[in-house]
Design a protein around this ligand. Structure first.
Ligand code: NAD
Ligand code: UFG
Length: 341
């Protein structure tokens, strides 16, 4: 039987590459579409090494609607997972137009291509950032949506577009996945988070300190109303996240109507807990200093992931030790292969 082809826009990136492997393992044929604005073409070789066979990759921009339509038709795509976009909160405030063009106009361009090609099943990468500064945790999907920054605003707008399209035409069905804090890497150590420049996020910063690439970690605040005073987040292993996408694609293909779910572990860890877990997993010391709070940070939040369990039969299985062990294996590979290619 021919394998079902699933288009992954941004499929060469951090979450897309892990999802490509998970889709292969589940019997699908991923088709990677990427312009490599935030990834390296050589990730393809490493993906092929992991799955043991050639993979299809189309190089180009999701904003080129006519070309995306031709890709969908050429490969007989039955569903699309839309990862492609920009994701740095700080940059989105400094250069909002870049975010509206790539994230919002890019999604519109993709939807037009899908409409023209007659493929109307979409899994969309959203983010817990759409909850802004939530009043309490755990967070359920019916919490108010508030965009605290331009990046968040682009996700809110795309979610709204998808909701309106599904209610206007029931051939459109969308699975919106609100990720909490994705970390970790594939256990092979061949693919992982590959930020360019100084990492904004905690885990890649910690791994670079452990590798001696940065002298120490700044912990942004130790006076929050949390158990040890440092920020608490719901970290989710990227391998679990990848399986969440497989479950979302399968659920849509089985005929489910549109859904929106949190993908998180359902509990939080503080910055100090992450540092200690990483030291234990890697055997490396992580020197740190307490720095002022980072503007815009909230004290603590974590998901209620029960809707994903109910609708997709999905829950996170990996713990913080797995996340640190796998992130460290990837960092060591990346350090030895200086351009990470
Ligand atoms: P990433 O930057 O590693 O991957 C995105 C990929 O999309 C890159 O390979 C990039 O080259 C490609 N891309 C960007 N613009 C494109 C365009 N116009 N055309 C074609 N390709 C394009 O990011 P990621 O961490 O894998 O995130 C994937 C998605 O998940 C993003 O939409 C992001 O907003 C969302 N998300 C990420 C996180 C996180 O912490 N990583 C959290 C919540 C949501
Ligand atoms: N932190 C530090 N030092 C650092 C980096 C982070 O102490 O060098 C702290 C932060 O203050 C926060 C925690 O580590 O308490 C996690 O910070 P991250 O930057 O790793 O993650 P955020 O929760 O701030 O945000 C991330 C993405 C957002 C996304 C959100 C939910 O950057 O885009 O997860 O998915 F919306």
């Amino acid at each position: 039987m021919t394998k079902k082809a699933v288009l992954l826009t941004g499929g060469a990136g951090f979450i897309g590459s892990h999802t490509a492997v998970a889709l292969v393992n589940a019997g699908y044929e991923p088709v990677i579409l990427d312009n490599f604005s935030n990834s390296q073409p050589a990730v393809l070789n490493r993906l092929e090494q992991i799955v043991g066979r050639a993979l299809v990759c189309e190089r180009g921009d999701v904003g080129d609607s006519a070309w995306v339509q031709s890709v969908i038709s050429k490969h007989g795509i039955c569903a699309v997972v839309h990862f492609a976009g920009c994701k740095a909160v700080g940059e989105s405030m400094a250069d909002p137009l870049k975010y509206y063009v790539n994230n919002v106009a890019g999604t519109i361009s993709l939807l037009k291509a899908m409409q023209a090609a007659g493929c109307r099943l979409l899994v969309f990468s959203s983010s817990a950032t759409v909850y802004g500064d939530p009043a309490t945790s755990p967070i359920t999907e019916d919490f108010p949506i508030q965009s605290a920054n331009t990046y968040g605003a682009t996700k809110v707008m795309c979610e709204q577009m998808l909701a309106e399209m599904s209610s206007s035409d029931n051939r459109w069905r969308a699975g919106v996945l609100r990720y909490f804090n994705p970390v970790g890497a594939h256990p092979s150590g061949l693919i992982g988070d590959d930020p360019s420049g100084v990492p904004n996020n905690l885990m890649p910063y910690v791994t670079q300190v452990a590798a001696g690439q940065r002298p120490m970690l700044d912990i942004f605040g130790d006076d929050y109303e949390t158990e040890d005073g440092t920020g608490v987040r719901d970290y989710i292993h990227v391998q679990d996240l990848a399986l969440g996408h497989v479950a979302a694609v399968r659920t849509l293909l089985e005929g489910a109507s549109s859904f929106t779910v949190n993908l998180g572990a359902g509990h939080g860890h503080s910055v100090l807990e992450v540092v200690r877990a990483f030291e234990a997993a890697s055997g490396q010391q992580i020197p740190y200093q307490i720095a002022p709070r980072r503007p815009g940070d909230v004290a603590a939040y974590y998901a209620d992931p029960s809707a994903a369990a109910r609708l997709l039969g999905w829950h996170a299985k990996h713990d913080l030790n797995d996340m640190c062990t796998d992130a460290w294996r990837w960092q060591q590979y990346a350090s030895q292969n200086s351009s990470k290619t």
